[in-house]
Design a protein. Sequence first.
Length: 430
Amino acid sequence: MTSALLTDRYELTMVDAALRDGRALRPSVFELFARRLPTGRRYGVVAGTGRLLELLQQFRFGPDELAFLKRENVVHDDTLDWLEAYRFSGTIRGYREGELYFPGSPILVVEGPFAEAVVLETLALSVFNYDSAVASAAARMVSAAEGRPLAEMGSRRTGERSAVAAARAAYIAGFGATSNLEAGRSWGIPTMGTAAHAFTLLYETEEDAFRAQVEAMGPGTTLLVDTYDIEKAVATAVKVAGPALGAVRIDSGDLGVVVREVRAQLDALGATSTKITVTNDLDEHAIAALSSAPVNSYGVGTALVTGSGSPAAGMVYKLVAHLDEAGGWLPVGKKSNGKVTVGGRKQPVRTVRGGIAVGEDIYVEDPPVGAEAGRALLVDLVRDGDVVAEHTGTSGVAAARDHHRSAIGELPAQALSLSRGEPAIPTRYL
């Protein structure tokens, strides 16, 4: 398996031209960052780091890839030889996965020969733009849920591989489970799910369907009660499973009203411990609107896997410095209107006072000295071409989830509001 062609053609044509010009090996620094947050959002969540590192290990141009590039006349033959031997040999530092980011935060800093680093642009952006968009939306949903469990169930609303990435990102941001089995296998995320409407429709009566499910899964299962008539279905569910019925799921109707009616009916039937889970095209605002309703858990699909209105995080990957002819570091950056880049090598620090974050301080060229400067945000992800293993695999996901919980705990209270507002803390270049 290779990730080498998960890229845009111009990445390779830049390498081709730089190799022929003699500048391909010039030491360079690239940054991945977002110029701004989606409109009205107050913070973003870094996700995708572990996935990118594993894809980097698969970034190899084998015979099939090289044959395709040759057939399509993408690059010259000497560049094909360079690509065949490609192994990233540089250093990558970045924000821990699960960390929060703000406008200008250098989430990923890639340092190495120009050609080795520039060719990673599309791969890095495709991972971080999607995963961080999902994680950022998921974090808002977790805040809105106020401690009630959430499950990711959006596999049918996005691409088959994106579904796995979305489940991973949502779990890092605080979701408790996913319906996607590949996400469970690949990333160690708890999986959940029982039955859809098709199962009920398979049987002559709803009662027959419920009996079949309870016989297979036990009375602690979750029965879907809105295929026909919710009130009748709840009564049938308790009749079949008894008061030990685990939960009922509601996927339609005016949830605020229906949930209260179902809770009252369950209690009247003696099923006081039976939980209620709701689905039905939820987003963070719908979840918040149900905060006073007797909902026990939520299942979220479409809004989650599409970033709840912001399907891409708007990140870019830019060259910010390279060695000049004299051997010194030369800061570089765009000057175009609306797309200005702050050049230079940077050291970001989260300034925290009394346990609350107050600033995203980015030191340009002169990194801070001493712990008093704040919490340094960059950690080693790749050292001299070798991936730091602690950021990958299921253990990397667990660590990212833990770190996110800690990082979001530093936000000022108003940052968790779903109303539109400015970034929770200011970005300052020092």
